[in-house]
Every structure is written in structure tokens, then in C-alpha cells.
Design a protein around this ligand. Structure first.
Ligand code: ZN
Length: 193
């Protein structure tokens, strides 16, 4: 269990940093259960909990060039239509770990979806994504699994796989929208660590 008060703020790499532009090669299977990988996953999980609205995160987003991403179980909760309070609930979501992920299948059917990224603060866009995908990956024990996804979950999987290939949603967005920036007063009031 993560104790929120004791955790240090993990910095999220922002667009413009070359680490977000690398194409990452596969992690050798024998390294997956190493302490370094265990710690990387723990840090990614912590960063996701710290973010105000993140549901997925890739290792380069915390400055680590490894082909790993995490998706919050919350992405599934959105899909089944269960109403929930994001802020109140976020500590109970588990995170699914994907190592060496491969996109096995993408549906012909594409949908234009709203998208944002922890590494592109203040921007949203409309991105064309496959409605359904099948992804194969290894979990944190190094065990291979395959998952079929649709809806928000499929969108997050495609977004995170893009991260491991150095692609940001802003490269693909049909329409980009800038959110109004915070006023000085609002910035004063936002917590700084
Ligand atoms: Zn992202």
C-alpha cells in the first residue's frame, strides 16, 4: 500500500524532452523480475496515483527508457458505465502492467476520440483510434498474456504503445485544443512541492 503523505512528487517528462521520442526495444525476459524493474513499476504506479486524472503511464514519462506501461483499472470502470467519483475512488484502482507490448490486432472500425496526455499539459485533441484492439504483453512476473479491449481501454492501450515508439498524441491529433492557462492567483493556490 502506498502512503500518500510520505511519497515524493514524481516529475512527469514533458513534450520537448527527447526521451519521449525514442523507439524502445524489447526488455530481455530474464531482466523482468529484477529489482530495477520492480522499482520502475512501483514508481510508475506512484506517479499515476499522484496525477490528478491519469489512467495510463509509460516508463519514458518518468524519464526511464524501458518498454513498460501501466493502465489503471479505472479505464475499465469507465467502459462498463459504472458511475464513480474519480477523485474519491482513485486510491482503490489497481494498475495493470504491460511489458514488451505488441499490438496483435486492430479493428478496421476507427473512432475519433478526445485525448490528453500527462506529458502534454494543458492540451487536448481528437485522435482517430481503432475501436477494438488485441494486445499481447508480459506481466511483472514475465508471464505472457493477451487482452482484447474496446472503448476507453482500447484507446489507452493504443496511446501507451505509441509512447514506447516515441509517438505523442499531438502527432496524430486531427484537432488540438489548448486549455485556458491558470491565472496567477490560481497558480498561487495550487500545491507546490
Ligand atoms: Zn501519454
Amino acid at each position: 500500500m502506498i502512503k500518500k503523505s510520505e511519497s515524493k512528487k514524481i516529475e512527469i517528462t514533458q513534450k520537448g524532452n527527447p526521451i519521449l521520442r525514442k523507439t524502445l526495444s524489447e526488455l530481455p525476459a530474464e531482466e523482468i523480475r529484477s529489482e530495477h524493474i520492480r522499482q520502475t513499476i512501483a514508481q510508475m504506479s506512484e506517479a499515476l496515483y499522484q496525477s490528478s486524472n491519469g489512467i495510463g503511464i509509460a516508463a519514458p514519462q518518468i524519464g526511464i527508457s524501458l518498454p513498460i506501461f501501466l493502465v489503471s483499472e479505472e479505464a475499465l470502470a469507465h467502459d462498463d458505465g459504472t458511475p464513480h467519483d474519480h477523485t474519491k475512488d482513485r486510491w482503490r484502482w489497481r494498475h495493470f502492467v504491460y511489458i514488451n507490448p505488441k499490438l496483435i490486432k486492430s479493428s478496421q472500425k476507427k473512432v475519433l476520440l478526445d485525448e490528453g496526455c500527462l506529458s502534454v499539459e494543458g492540451m487536448f485533441g481528437k485522435v482517430l483510434r481503432a475501436r477494438q484492439v488485441t494486445v499481447e504483453a508480459l506481466n511483472e512476473q514475465g508471464k505472457k498474456f493477451r487482452v482484447g479491449a474496446s472503448g476507453l481501454f482500447a484507446q489507452v492501450l493504443q496511446h501507451e504503445i505509441d509512447h514506447l515508439n516515441g509517438i505523442l498524441f499531438t502527432d496524430k491529433a486531427k484537432i488540438l485544443e489548448k486549455l485556458p492557462s491558470l491565472t496567477d492567483a490560481e497558480q498561487q493556490n495550487s500545491p507546490k512541492k
